[in-house]
Design a protein around this ligand. Structure first.
Ligand code: ARG
Ligand code: GLU
Length: 703
């Protein structure tokens, strides 16, 4: 039976709009998608999800962002009470939990539960956006969307329209983004709440159970959730943090289903997926698989080896490097999965076949003449630049951590103010330094710098592609030690002294320190040799991408296209389903507490089950923990509410399964699965493990 399904699906591959693939635009559900969703089992209407005249489910979805870049949502969350209680992933709050942690209050290790609202912890800089409405503004911008010119008129038109929108909708923020390779533009209007507090988080041994070992993999047993609360001013509108703020009263909140899911059940995911590139040409896939990913993987592997050793050696270092290590490891592992999946499913060949068909079809159409060949030439021309860029950034400006810190501070040094403002300026610099050193270990970072220098010089890039300041064939340990020794930035005491007496002469002297000079040299190399030519290539690629998308839509009029992810609100529907992972292996779609006990191993950090959870298992019996489904998701969808056919919350999205992580470039329904934590496990941990019944009481549970 399963065999037959596989064969049927591979025939279907020729028909491009495939079941379960796609991240759909909420305001267009009625027009394009709702019929398919209903056929798949959904019981609600398009207006139940997105309605601009009355409360709809979209009002219970928050995009989590940072002040300064609030439209770049790093995660999603769902409102689950009339008091603005938000559930998202543990890994989404990881940095917040860490920021509140110390050796005395180790909330990462022990978990954190506010007993009442007064104990909830503020997180300056974190924002929660709620979508008010969307608008198709393609027509309004049409005059400014040129076909073969550069982007300036368009950028101006977008800025103007954004300003106008915000003026006409006081208290909101507007964001206009390109869709379908820049052939269409949509406006999103948000309310952006700025007072988001930490309410609860399980210990990491539950919230990131399985750690980086299980990351990107199924079967999974991670209780990847945490609780936040959105606060608003007295008028329920966004307000800066204040003790006087009140819990936000949402237009609606998610009801929680206690009935769970079974294989085959309909699921829908709401959220803010970050980036996908489903419409790239084969040449881009080749570049990614052969060139870019392998090098980035190698650089990060070497960094990780050093960080892991440090974390194993010392509990304080484990806290300091916890979020950083998770971040480095996360992409490192995903890139490996991407390569595997893209190769296994012959994605480049699949795309090549489409390109050949396109070329045949376009033969008599001057608008598309030579498009595929031009793609090929541009990617060929970008190979060396791309590789040089990978090293200059991953191993250079973002190699050792100190490099980014130097950039950050030196950018401010160049804006040294006059006397009256000087004290405040120095205090601000000192605060940045304190924040940096809180989670910094100089020995670890020195080892990283040495390793980065070694890698850079042994990568076989060719002289043209390495900045002179980095070229060195001697002992890289000694070099790194010397650079660190002579730098003001690597020593908190020295840096504090410098900040408290900072003047133009001092700034100039610091800029001449060897480590600062090395960083400046890499930046200069980027700015003069790499970025400008690469930018030219990329601008032309953007134009080609537009033609390619227009052409595809013309060639395949029956195909329902969905736009690539761009950090805007999307709806992805699918069903709970297992999959054939590899030869002889079929994975069931649901994991349970029994599986946690099977993985239990006190000697392995990632599998060290808390004794209390062991005891609870003995008392409570088996309960569901995670499930997989066919919803099309990507980074940014973390914390996304997963709903059943009645629109009730059944889980939180937090990951994808290993064999299908190439779905950002090439989605295959037979193998691509999103991973969610079952909401019943979330309730179980809050109630039975943490004893935080008062939080459950805020929620609305339905059968
Ligand atoms: N892979 C998931 C995501 O992309 C989870 C990452 C956090 N977990 C971890 N073990 N690093 O965000
Ligand atoms: N963990 C991811 C996130 O942070 C979601 C997994 C994915 O990339 O699909 O958004």
């Amino acid at each position: 039976m399963k065999k037959i399904v596989t064969i049927a699906l591979s025939c279907l591959l020729i028909i491009p709009a495939r079941a379960d693939e796609g991240m759909w635009i909420p305001m267009l559900l009625e027009k394009y998608t709702i019929e398919q969703m209903r056929q798949a089992g959904f019981k609600l209407s398009a207006e139940d999800i997105y309605d601009i005249n009355k409360a709809s489910l979209k009002d219970a979805v928050v995009g989590l962002g940072r002040e300064g870049q609030p439209f770049h949502h790093f995660c999603t969350g769902g409102i689950i009470s009339d008091d603005g209680l938000v559930v998202t992933n543990h890994h989404c709050s990881h940095a917040l939990i860490q920021a509140h942690s110390s050796l005395e209050h180790n909330y990462l290790r022990d978990g954190f539960w506010a007993r009442d609202k007064r104990e909830e912890l503020a997180n300056p800089g974190i924002t929660a956006s709620i979508l008010v409405r969307m608008e198709d503004v393609t027509e309004q911008l049409a005059a400014a969307i040129p076909d073969d010119e550069r982007d300036e008129p368009l950028r101006d038109a977008i800025a103007r329209l954004t300003r106008e929108t915000e003026k006409n909708n006081p208290g909101t923020r507007a964001s206009i983004k390109p869709y379908f390779n820049g052939t269409q533009y949509f406006l999103s209007i948000f309310k952006i709440y700025k007072d988001v507090r930490l309410v609860g988080a399980p210990p990491s041994a539950i919230g990131s159970f399985g750690g980086d070992t299980d990351n990107w993999a199924w079967p999974r047993h991670t209780g990847d959730f945490s609780l936040l609360r959105v606060y608003a001013g007295e008028d329920n509108e966004p307000a800066a943090y204040s003790g006087k703020n009140r819990p936000y009263k949402p237009a609606t909140s998610f009801k929680i289903a206690t009935g769970g899911v079974n294989e085959g059940d309909f699921t829908v995911v709401f959220g803010y997926p970050g980036t996908t590139r489903e419409y790239l040409p084969s040449f881009a896939i080749d570049q990614l698989v052969e060139l870019e990913n392998p090098r980035k993987i190698k650089i990060r592997a070497d960094k990780l080896a050093i960080v892991d050793r440090a974390m194993e050696s010392d509990e304080l270092l484990r806290i300091k490097y916890s979020a950083k290590a998770a971040g480095i490891a996360n992409s490192w592992k995903k890139w490996q999965g991407e390569i595997k999946g893209l190769k296994r499913f012959n994605s480049a060949a699949e795309k090549r076949e489409l390109e050949n068909r396109f070329t045949d079809w376009a033969r008599e159409k001057p608008a598309y003449a030579g498009l595929v060949e031009r793609y090929r030439d541009l990617y060929a021309a970008s190979n060396d630049y791309t590789l040089a860029l990978v090293y200059a950034t991953e191993a250079g400006t973002r190699g050792a951590e100190i490099m980014a810190f130097i950039s950050q501070l030196q950018a401010k040094f160049s804006r040294l103010p006059d006397q009256p403002a000087l004290a405040a300026y120095r205090a601000a610099l000192q605060a940045e330094a304190d924040a940096f050193f809180k989670d910094y270990d100089v020995d670890t970072d020195r080892q990283i710098l040495a390793e980065m220098l070694r890698l850079y010089n042994t990568a076989g890039l060719g002289d043209r592609w390495i900045p002179g300041v980095v070229t060195f064939t001697g002992d890289h340990e000694r070099l790194a030690a010397d650079l660190f020794e002579k730098s003001t930035f690597t020593d908190p005491a020295k840096l504090s002294r410098a900040i408290s007496t900072l003047d133009a002469r001092r700034v100039a002297r610091i800029e001449r320190e060897p480590l600062s000079l090395m960083l400046a040299g890499i930046n200069n190399f980027l700015e003069t040799t790499i970025i400008p030519p690469l930018r030219e290539i990329q601008l032309e690629l953007l134009e080609l991408d537009k033609s390619w998308m227009r052409g595809l839509m013309e060639m395949q009029p029956e195909r329902l296209f969905y736009p690539d992810a761009n950090s805007t609100f999307r709806v992805a529907f699918g069903k709970v389903a297992g999959y054939e992972a590899m030869d002889a292996v079929y994975y069931n779609p649901v994991t349970t507490l029994a599986g946690i006990m099977q993985k239990d191993n006190p000697l392995v950090h990632d599998y060290n089950v808390p004794p209390r959870l062991r005891a609870l298992h003995a008392e409570s019996g088996n309960i569901p923990v995670c499930f997989i489904a066919t919803n099309h998701t990507t980074g940014g969808n973390s914390g996304s509410p997963v709903l059943n056919a009645s629109g009730h919350l059944v889980g939180l999205n937090f990951d994808r399964a290993w064999e299908g992580v190439m779905s950002d470039y090439s989605y295959h329904p037979e193998i691509c699965r999103n991973i969610s934590v079952d909401i019943r496990y979330v309730l179980f941990i809050i109630d039975k493990y943490a004893g935080a019944r008062h939080l459950i009481d805020e929620m609305t549970l339905v059968r």
